[in-house]
Ligand binder design. Structure first.
Ligand code: UD1
Ligand code: CA
Length: 451
């Protein structure tokens, strides 16, 4: 990471019409995090000291989201009243640029896949003396992108597609959108940009020609096509999602996580999985999921804002909802839903249960079909189950409720009163059996049916 000071300007004033959405474009999510959040995170990870966000369409909503996403980071919003082009947008943050940072990065809020390495490379070019560094990429499908114009191997201009000649249109080295400007010259160069082009907009890209003419150093830094992907519609949003997922799955696998069908595993932006964990096919992680080393998440499980400790086993077909905390070597089996509950070390909830607002002790066994009745239509109530307790199958535990350590609950009980340690509790009707009456009943029913 560079020790040069850096301002990152994120452009997010555009309307995003092609998303066909009431939600501003940059607030659409990739891996459960707003695109804007991805860009902010990347800026922060590559050592940006300040973020200036340029807002326009949906300004209030975008600004509020940015504040929520910024954690302890300083983000100031600048309003671009009318969308007169990318250079005009950058100049909306004039007062931030005036603070003369060493480096000024310009990123787009709708290009969430840009990685810190790409930013480091551009800033590296500035550190080596360049005044403008442009993120370029090579592609077989350059349509829609600005083309990089080179002379004797040096970047001398960027031409927007609409302004390209036939010949220029064939160039496959394109502008990825992101740019780094030397803070000392940035304003002077930006102020010289005009709007004499096919769209009548102030193009940030014109800064390259202007800097070249002024005898300043301009560099194209080559990045991966994926880093440049801009999202304009939902199909591109899905493409960005797929690329993001592939990258992260690859990272996790290289860090020691086993996935037998990685393309069926969906991760969130902050999913953490330890080495030697096994993730079976078709597992979905929502935000806030942590899986420790050696845990096994079996097929078709859904995990969100939940943690799974080392050696624990989840699923197949389990759902861990927010606040589920599964401790070491515990087991949550098929068709179980766990919410806001701690499942103690080595405890088992093996089949068909709902456990909500509960604290289950170490080594406890929760029989099939057990339900914590935690909600009375108004409030939620807690169930506490002690270490090594045994809850028989198909029990309803009516909260608030305490079941002591080592206690036994008879199968099929509806438990409404606290059960002390080591007690045996029955909460069910007594069985009555009538000899021969089964046959009598069948004969009668048969006769009635005329058979
Ligand atoms: C831009 C580049 C193009 C590059 C491409 C990469 C310019 C002139 N062109 O084109 O060379 O290949 O990105 O994806 O820069 N925005 C504002 N205010 C404005 C205009 C735009 O905030 O007045 C924001 C948009 O919300 C968006 C970003 O700037 O986040 C880029 O604008 P967009 O219109 O999408 O530029 P492109 O035509 O894609
Ligand atoms: Ca674009």
């Amino acid at each position: 990471m560079s020790d040069r000071s850096c301002l990152t300007i994120i452009l997010a004033a555009g309307e995003g019409t092609r998303m066909k959405s009431t939600l501003p474009k940059v607030l659409h999510k990739v891996a459960g995090l707003e695109m804007l959040g991805h860009v902010m995170k990347t800026a922060r990870d590559s050592g940006s000291s300040e973020i200036a966000l340029v807002v326009g369409h949906g300004a209030d909503q975008v600004g509020a989201a940015a504040r929520a996403l910024s954690e302890n980071f300083s983000v100031s919003s600048f309003l671009q009243e009318r969308q007169l082009g990318t250079a005009d947008a950058v100049l909306a943050a004039r007062s931030a640029i005036e603070k003369k940072f060493d480096d000024v990065l310009v990123l787009f809020g709708d290009a969430p896949l840009i990685r810190p390495q790409a930013l480091d490379a551009m800033r590296g070019a500035l550190a080596e003396g360049a005044h403008v560094a442009v993120m370029g990429f090579r592609t077989d499908t350059p349509e829609g992108y600005g083309r990089l114009l080179e002379r004797d191997g040096a970047l001398v201009g960027i031409r927007e597609e609409k302004d390209c000649s036939e010949e220029e249109r064939r160039i496959r080295f394109c502008n990825g959108g992101a740019m780094a400007l030397a803070g000392a010259q940035a304003l002077e160069l930006l102020d010289r940009i005009g709007n004499d082009n096919a769209k009548g907009e102030y193009y940030l890209t014109d800064i390259v020609g202007i800097a070249t003419d002024a005898g300043l150093q301009v560099r194209a830094v080559e990045a991966d096509e994926e880093d440049a992907l801009g999202v304009n519609n939902r199909a591109e949003l899905a493409r960005a999602e797929a690329i993001w997922q592939n990258r992260r799955r690859e990272e996790l696998m290289l860090a020691g996580v086993t996935m037998m069908a990685p393309h069926t595993v969906y991760l969130a932006h902050d999913t953490e999985i330890g080495a030697d964990a096994v993730i079976e096919p078709n597992v979905f992680f929502g935000p806030g999921a942590k899986v420790a080393a050696g845990a096994v998440i079996r097929a078709f499980s859904h995990i969100e804002e939940a943690s799974v400790a080392a050696g624990a086993q989840i699923g197949p077909y389990a759902r861990l909802r927010p606040g589920a905390e599964v401790m070491e070597n515990a087991k949550i089996g098929n068709f179980c839903e766990i919410k806001k509950s701690r499942i103690g070390e080595g405890a088992k909830v093996p089949h068909l249960s709902y456990v909500g607002d509960a604290d289950i002790g170490a080594g406890a066994n929760i029989g099939a079909g057990t339900i914590t009745c935690n909600y009375d239509g108004f409030g939620k109530h807690r169930t506490e189950i002690g270490d090594n307790a045994f809850v028989g199958t198909n029990s309803s535990l009516v909260a608030p409720l305490k079941i002591g350590a080592g206690a036994y609950i008879a199968s099929g009980s509806v438990v409404t009163q606290d059960v002390p340690d080591d007690a045996l509790a029955f909460g069910r009707a007594r069985q009555s059996t009538r000899e021969g009456r089964g046959k009598m009943l069948r004969d009668r029913l048969k006769k009635q049916a005329g058979k």
